[in-house]
Design a protein around this ligand. Structure first.
Ligand code: ADP
Length: 449
């Protein structure tokens, strides 16, 4: 018998002196009229060993366990669940709605709205849910505790089983690791930038005369240094995103306009390999970007969007042979804006496709080996897309090309106007700093040879 089967047939824990018999929920206020099936309430000992009441097992678990009826009312709860929720152990939680005991927050400490609540979703749609990124509000300590949450629907009992455990120690450890990687990358970026600067000076014929061999070595050292600088920046970005130090700065924008500007900026890169870059099927160059298109609005972080599209375009240029084609398009349906970056490049094997968004994953073949890269670009792009409530995924055919899709919720023109008006109001009541208060931007110092 599985843990859940044992659990489902267990008696409720004694709370506030009230003990409910197995299969008898009639005394529980608000409990479903459908009784929990009457079954064995003991965990049988093998070979005639003494039996242990299942309720004792549930009570002894360090994981919080709750069983809810169709209406979200608590039919069973163990002490660990009440401890995590900071609900006085002596009080009677059975019969209460789960929402008065369990308040969930996301990793960035935002309250989970009712329509996104996974327990609520399981109640209405019988969906299963597993997460390690939520927090539970502890009513006693007034703190939010990171939890792993597992919500399942039991068809047999028409009940929702919620299991959660405290993962504070794990989260603290991962936070320390992220802080270490972040500090190390930050500290290493400065000397690497200095080395790169010195190598650029050496490569400049106005500063130094190199024979062909030395020129070759210094060029390779310079390129390795640039790669290292990019890698350190990517590590810094990924740790900041994972640690919620970098959160999206949402702004209502007309998406097509932002995408046009990004593509126009990237177009010189296409020229390097005689590739054609087109926007909504119209070939673009840095100077021509006017074409008729649908106006599509969304609330996103324009910097995150720029980083994502730039990454997809850089990959498309990199993994598409000379003379190939890259097409960027922005379309919308009723609810979503969909940006696609399509190329006629080498494609990704089907076996690798599910992994290319993983940290440090690179397809291992001769085509990719000849291209520099860290395997972090798509990971960061997907992190950014998800932080904005969007989705980033790919389809690909080896030898034919790849399509990357970025989708996020669309807002109406009216919502866009309202956001713009709210922004204008906020800016007028909180004016931009005057020249006197603006910090001087000092250009980065050139290393002296
Ligand atoms: P990298 O720095 O290696 O390019 P990414 O995270 O950007 O790292 O991409 C991961 C891997 O996915 C790449 O190494 C490459 O194998 C594959 N890939 C990404 N984009 C494309 C593309 N447009 N065409 C073919 N393969 C791609």
């Amino acid at each position: 018998m599985s843990f859940f089967q044992k659990l489902k047939t267990a008696v409720t824990t004694p709370i506030g002196g009230q003990k409910i018999k197995p299969g008898d929920l009639s005394s529980v206020p608000g409990a479903s009229s459908k009784p929990v099936p009457k079954a064995n309430t003991v965990v049988s000992g093998a070979g005639g060993a003494p039996t242990i009441p299942a309720s004792s097992v549930v009570d002894a678990l360090s994981d919080g366990v709750m069983a809810l009826d169709r209406f979200g009312n608590i039919r069973l709860v163990n002490p660990a669940a009440l401890r995590l929720a900071g609900f006085a152990l002596g009080s009677d939680a059975v019969g209460l709605n789960f929402s008065s005991v369990v308040s969930l927050f996301d990793a960035a400490d935002n309250a989970i709205p009712d329509n996104d609540n996974p327990i609520r979703a399981a109640l209405s749609k019988n969906t299963e849910y597993v997460s390690r990124t939520l927090k539970i509000f502890n009513q006693e300590q007034k703190t939010r505790i990171p939890i792993s949450l597992h919500v399942t629907y039991s068809q047999t009992d028409d009940a929702i089983i919620v299991v959660f455990s405290d993962i504070s120690a794990e989260v603290r450890e991962s936070h320390e690791q992220l802080a270490f990687v972040s500090t190390a990358s930050h500290e290493m970026r400065t000397p690497v930038a200095a080395i790169e600067g010195y190598l650029s000076i050496v490569l400049d014929p106005n500063n130094a005369t190199l024979d062909a061999r030395a020129q070759d070595y210094v060029t390779k050292a310079h390129s390795a240094c640039t790669h290292l600088g990019t890698l350190l920046q990517q590590l810094l970005d990924t740790t900041k995103l994972s640690d919620h130090q970098m959160t999206p700065q949402f702004q209502a924008v007309e998406v097509g306009q932002v995408v046009s500007a990004i593509a126009a900026h990237a177009s010189p890169l296409a020229a390097g390999k005689q590739q054609v870059l087109s926007l909504d099927s119209v070939p673009i160059s840095a100077n021509s970007q006017t074409h008729v298109r649908q106006l599509l609005y969304a609330k996103i972080d324009p910097n995150f969007l720029r980083e994502i599209i730039t990454q997809l375009l850089e990959n498309a240029f990199k993994y598409t042979p000379e003379g190939g084609r890259i097409d960027v398009s922005t379309v919308g349906n009723e609810h979503e804006v969909v940006i696609t970056v399509r190329d006629t490049g080498i494609g990704v094997p089907q076996t690798d496709l599910p992994h290319i968004f993983n940290k440090f994953y690179r397809v291992d073949n001769s085509d990719t080996r000849t291209q520099g890269g860290s395997g972090l670009g798509l990971f960061i792009a997907q992190q950014r897309a998800e932080a904005m409530g969007g989705k980033l995924y790919a389809e690909s055919q080896i030898g034919t090309g790849s399509v990357f899709y970025l989708r996020f919720p669309r807002i109406s023109e009216q919502q866009f106007q309202e956001e713009q008006n709210a922004l204008a109001m906020a800016q007028s009541s909180n004016p931009a700093p005057t020249d006197a208060t603006v910090a001087q931007v000092v250009p980065p110092a050139q290393p002296t040879p």
